[in-house]
Ligand binder design. Sequence first.
Ligand SMILES: *Cc1c(COP(=O)(O)O)cnc(C)c1O
Length: 369
Amino acid sequence: MQIPLSKPDITDKEIQIVDEVLRSDTLSIGPKIQQFEQMFCDYYGVKHAIAVNSGTSGLHLLIKAIGIEKGDEVITTPFSFVASTNCILFEEATPVFVDIDPKTFNMDISKIEEKITDKTKAILPVDVFGQPVNMEAIRRIADRYGLKVIEDSCEAMGGEWNHHKAGTLADGAVFAFYANKQMTTAEGGMIITNDDHIASMCRSLRNQGRDSMGIWLHHEQLGYNYRMSELHAALGVVQMERIKELLDKRAAVARLYNEILKDVHEIDIPYIDPKVSKMSWFIYVIRLKDRSKREEVMKKLEEQGIASKPYFLSIHLQPYIRDQFGFKEGDFPICEEVASSTLALPFYSQMKKEEVEYVCEVLKKVLLS
Ligand SMILES: *Cc1c(COP(=O)(O)O)cnc(C)c1O
């Protein structure tokens, strides 16, 4: 049996709609983008949704839209996909890391305030592996100090913290649709916000800095081409129609993993904070109690056709970031400890019961050998 780490869930409906768009003559800036954005406004109950060509583009636009500039500080987490820090570096601002909670792997909120300085402009939390961060607490801190909040919800489509949908308590949030995410457009992202200024900035900047009237070749400011094509948006429309099904299927796979692995002493299964009213399962990540075994476990799984990967590596120890800011091992010990012991197992909506059972059976054997 060959079991990949992830697999997109594509049906005939997605294939058909992309085919229709291809035959329509409107391949970009058309009705599918508008429809896809409207679906996000409705789903999240927000005023604005702006589709872009990747999650990273969305994060970059939000950083620009809230006015982050060279020398500004943005408080964020070192345990994430590198894009959540890169978007700060694009504008030559400074990422200020806080260590993480050892159970949820999300930013340790109790460590935020001690990092706030005169230069701090924003907080950028990440909903790690689809577990929404405590945005009520982050919002309170941000409001007390007059800071903006950009939520990287790229892994948390549909997740909820205490009945607040991930992304909705931030000034702006981003979802991402790379092929391994809960829903996919192959590549793509969506910004949501209730702030009119942030929304119009994002719309202008994704389209070469054109003004909101869209006057032909009139450019108000330096912008980018971060537009999403009609083909990608069409895929997104169908995946959004199926979003409940997609999330429910992933939750069922996670439940099965939890059931089989909960009593395996050599590992910890994912911890979900009881205040998370809806977990959005992005990947299924276990922690090895003996982290020195990780390489060997991965190798032995691979020999049995099972893909697995460390998730994530510490951002502050990535070579270019370490060089620029002089970070060293031990700076964020909890993050480093977690990063050296986590392992993502195969996880996708269409994963069959027998496949989950096979992965668990091989994993157990490997751990006990
Ligand atoms: C997927 C992801 C992104 C965006 O990635 P893109 O490949 O640019 O769409 C950003 N942050 C996190 C935490 C992610 O997992």
